[in-house]
Design a protein around this ligand. Sequence first.
Ligand code: GCB
Ligand code: CA
Length: 865
Amino acid sequence: MKKIVVFLLIAHFGTMCAQHVRHVETINDNWNFYKGSIENPISKKRSVKWEKVTLPHSWNTQDILDDEDGYYRGDGWYQKTMVFPKIYENQQIFLLFEAANQVTTLYVNGKEIDEAHIGGYTSFTRDITSAVKEGNNTIMIKVNNAHNDEIVPQAADFSFYGGIYRDLQLIITKPVHFEVANLGANAIFIKTPKVSESLAEVSIQAKLKRPLKGRFYVQHTLLDAKRSSVKTIKTKTTFKEDVFSKFQIKSPNLWSPENPYLYTLVSEVVDKNGLVLDRVENPVGFRWFHFDAKKGFSINGKQTKLIGTNRHQDFYGKANAVSDEIHRNDMKLLKEMGINFLRIAHYPQDPAILEMCNKYGFVATLEIPFVDKAAANEKGKQNTVTMLKEAIRFHYNNPAIVAWNLGNETTMKAPDKLGEKYTKHFVETHKILSETIKKEDATRYSYTVFFREPAYQDKLGIRFTDIVGYNKYYGWYVQELGDIDKNLRSLVERSLALDSDKPFILSEYGGGADPRIRSYNPTRFDFSVEYQFLLHKTYLKTILDMPQIVGANVWNFADFQVEHRKDAVPHINSKGLVSSTRKKKDAYYLYQAILNKTPFITIPSKAWEKRAGVADEINGKVATQPITLVGNTKDVEFIINGVSLGKKDFDFATAVYNVPFKNGINLIEILSTQEGKILKDFATIDFTLQPKNLKSKTNPFNEIAINVGSTCYFIEEHNVSYLWMPDQEYKKGSFGYVGGELLRHPSKRRNTIGTDVSVKGTENDPIYQTQRVGIKQYKFDVSKGTYELTLLLAELKTRDSNYMNITVNEKRVWSNINLKKEYGADRAVTKRFLISVDDENGITIDFEVLEGSTRLSGVKLRKVY
Ligand code: GCB
Ligand code: CA
């Protein structure tokens, strides 16, 4: 009987809410879009060629990826006719933009609503009540993503995609309602000034719009995770003032990374008869936390090492117009990887991200896009402050957030080189932003992320915030793997020497990996998946060992698109642990093994399905190559093609086996037993065994492709995983180069293999980016027959003029080649020749220099007859 009564009460509560609370719906569909300027948005005479689009939408999905420099940065117009649903008498109508990049002007029936909104990453609302009429209404929205001296970011390593790239919502309320169209688009501010295991205090500020007449109350109900009411408090409202309420609860369930327990605060406006007029919900998490420069971070009294990643809102081919499903899937992948810390970089992100931080227990920092450089003028400063306020107010109630970050690498454009006026403004901006954080939210830490020497920031006087973060790319942009530990230790020491009480976060570290590039001799900046794996392993060891690194964020969770980048995959920053379409790279699994406590083993390189290698011996039947396993169990057993290679203990979650691959399909099975449970993983590898002696009778030569000038394998993504092997020096009986040297990155600091050019006319940039310069010969000791020989050439970033002749077996096949003159600079050139070998001397390709130097990027040889 009792149960039924409760049920009826709930049912009644539910219908009351449905009838009387605010109406919210997305209005993403069926927009007309025009990329370009429209002179007079009100004019009826306009003949605009509209295109139909659905939000989230960006107009830069394609032009950031093509071979042409630059992308469209200007006006884009959205237009739609709307009949607003009639829901209440005297209804108030609002549009909530979760974000549009970066200046947004809204017109309703030709009337401009408020001022344009400035900033591409914060949410905002507009009250359109007075502009709306019965029947059809024309909504026009102008969005502009052109560079603007008054708006940050001024520069950054990401693309400034234009468009309404998040959800657009229609909100309808009654005349009495919680504020909607205020700065930050939020009316409820929940604080938990005291939290312990036995008690939690809640204090709430509610912002209300109410008519002059009538008596109204704000009623807050705290629901536990099962939606049972824990506490209700009702406070009478007054005119013009915010409504403050306070209550306590006993024995709160605490929120933590291990147990992200969430309550819900239901806030309602009720009239004197108890009728609910408006209602909003917010998450509540009870936790107390503390950053200590020496001991690290603690939450609810428990010392907790914060480890996770950074994240951009970006997906291949979609620009930043990313669905909530993609956002949530990213967060799920991060949860499975085992993180407890997320740096939401470099700007506020979709509400879906914050929702999942709260639910998954990710301790989070959130920042504004003050990146690289200040908007160095009064307007620019004000805009930056407003942006910060909007961000803090909108995201205020997310228990996951522990710190607000005012900027990233703001000294990228060195202030001391931009003049005194700039520097003054720049320092002031830092100061006012850190003050704003404290004014807006005293319950959280203030935070700034730097990249230069601590002393540099100190000298400028911008180490204002409670916490400092450093982005450091030791082992990538500078220095070698072996120096990472030493470098990190001394960096932390230098930061703490300046301010011994400022906690240090390693806010970025990482290295690029193109999933198409693999290597058994990984080196810095080769973009191999293997180098990235080693780099992260090296960092993790030090990070876990140093309590003074209170938190660390990998740069980045996923590869993201940067229009101007010219790495192995042009336009992509490939430092992700997953690709730009979310395929896991090997390093992802290393984190999973170390961070996620669920027993786990895997073959991280199992996605590399097509492999090749030269047989160990003449007429040999196998080629031995290493495979790294990861896992968090004690040990693992490796079986290939039914034969066990024995057990090995995991050392720092990794175990390496030397694996004999036979020609054709190889089956790999690994197993481990943990607490009586058997864990397994499998891989199927299609292996091409190249003969050690190209004239082998038992394993006749068929075809080989060599990535000349590289120590890496390369797998063509859009060409049936066609595999290129690393280059080798010529050995009698085999193949290889004679003479020349590796093309190296022209910058002395890097001196890495290959060069950073977006090569025109190919998707396989890494083959062309790596070359042998000054090469004399390339040789294949093959037997008699007819062969198809393919040469891959490109002239990249060269200043001098280069002429060469190419001769095959003493027959000139290509004369007086000047690639730049004939094909243009930075262009891929591929030529195929048919060669008959009529004696036992195989194939010798001679490169004869006429002027400058010779060069070769790749070579392919295939036996036809
Ligand atoms: C950084 C920046 C980030 C870049 C990254 C990189 O320090 O904060 O925006 O993308 O380096 O990959 O170079
Ligand atoms: Ca090459």
